[in-house]
Design a binder for this molecule. Structure first.
Ligand code: NAD
Ligand code: TYD
Length: 349
């Protein structure tokens, strides 16, 4: 099997690439990534010399380049993770999200249309999506696979659009496909612009913790390695044309999560309890901020036998340990362009 994984130098992609390279020595695994600000080869340095692994630097918005690599490597299946992934950046620059998330996905689908027959045993376009396509929940209820799409940010609208194109290519051109919609991930190697790594980094550096609005927004958190395991199971056992929601029934209001994080950080840094929480600063809310996400993951539990293996307390503790042990990684990627972004986003408020 010639398996193309896109976005494998990013946060989730790096965990997926590692899992597949280690578990499937008989597959040829190709990692295609343009190495944007969020992509970092450091994330997968431990497997870069594996015999079944090849890194390809390139951009999914470049059609000629995709034609060339499909000809050269004859990919049988694709796990598509490459994307612009941060809501706040999508509010600043929506077109970048249209280009990579929508056009880039269509470019890959076009290659499948030209190069594949319709045999699910041989081919699969596996599209990694998000629960954010469903929009926002009220105080009760969960996102099911049948919940209608109602995206509220340019990021979620671009992901929703790409999901629709995957489905349309499946129906129209019979390309075998699966879509999974996962809740918020956390763990090692996440770029420190997302809530958990940003706040860990700021606590280390005694910087303020910018909480949007009243802090009572709710997210459903899943440890990234559990997501990677789910992707493995879906890739091998999922049914053509199906969608599966992935989540761990683990809802947290932002402020409760932030207080837990502060408490754990105080313990690990040997600071007095209550030190880090003094850094909490409420700031102007994110525009279009979705109030609550929560996933009903019963379909993947019952049909494919996946369930999370890491509790939130353990996962968060392991995540903090990883960032404390890898401060050089943090320093390297938070210099240069990221500094400009940070100043623009937070120092204006
Ligand atoms: P990330 O931003 O950490 O990584 C994205 C990767 O894609 C980077 O390595 C980047 O270099 C690469 N990339 C970006 N544009 C590209 C392009 N034009 N061509 C080639 N490569 C490109 O993102 P992530 O958090 O790892 O998310 C991966 C996927 O999972 C995304 O599709 C995202 O929508 C989805 N997802 C993320 C979460 C989450 O909580 N992070 C939850 C559910 C779904
Ligand atoms: P984020 O990690 O950006 O993920 P998403 O918006 O895709 O769910 O944000 C998680 C939650 O944390 C979300 O409700 C916004 C909030 N948040 C803050 O309050 N402050 C911040 O600086 C960030 C990045 C997020």
């Amino acid at each position: 099997m010639n398996l193309l994984i896109t976005g494998g130098a990013g946060f989730i992609g790096s965990h997926v690439v590692r899992l597949f390279v280690k578990a499937y020595s008989d597959y040829n695994i190709y990692n295609l990534d343009k190495l944007s600000y969020a992509g970092n080869l450091e994330n997968i340095k431990d497997i870069e010399k594996a015999k079944n692994y090849t890194f390809i630097k390139g951009d999914i918005t470049d059609k000629a380049f995709l034609t060339e690599i499909f000809r050269k490597y004859n990919f049988d299946a694709i796990i598509h993770l490459a994307a612009e992934s941060h809501v706040d950046r999508s509010i600043e620059n929506p077109l970048a999200f249209v280009e990579t998330n929508i056009i880039g996905t269509i470019n890959l689908l076009e290659q499948c249309r030209k190069n594949w027959n319709n045999d699910r045993k041989k081919h699969l376009f596996y599209h990694i999506s998000t629960d954010e396509v469903y929009g926002s929940l009220g105080e009760k209820g969960l996102f099911e696979e049948t919940t209608s799409y109602k995206p509220n940010s340019p990021y979620s609208a671009s992901k929703a659009s790409s999901d629709h194109f995957v489905r349309a290519y499946g129906e129209t051109y019979k390309i075998p496909y699966i879509i999974t919609n996962c809740s918020n991930n956390y763990g090692a190697n996440q770029f420190p612009e997302k809530l958990i790594p940003l706040f860990i980094n700021n606590i280390i550096n005694n910087k303020s913790l910018p909480v949007y609005g009243d802090g009572k927004y709710t997210r459903d958190w899943l440890y990234v390695e559990d997501h990677a395991r789910a992707i493995d199971i879906v890739f091998h056992n999922g049914k053509n044309k199906e969608t599966y929601n992935i989540g761990g029934f683990n809802e947290w209001q932002n402020i409760a999560l932030i207080k837990l994080l502060c408490k754990l950080m105080d313990q690990k840094l040997g600071r007095n309890e209550g030190t880090s929480s003094q850094l909490i600063t409420y700031i102007t809310d994110r525009p279009g901020h979705d109030r609550r996400y929560a996933i009903d993951a019963n379909k993947i539990y019952s049909e494919l036998g996946w369930k999370p293996s890491v509790t939130f307390e353990d996962g968060l503790s392991k995540t903090i340990d990883w960032y404390l042990d890898n401060q050089e990684w943090l320093v390297n990627i938070t210099s240069g362009a990221y500094k400009e972004y940070y100043n623009k986003m937070y120092l204006k408020k």
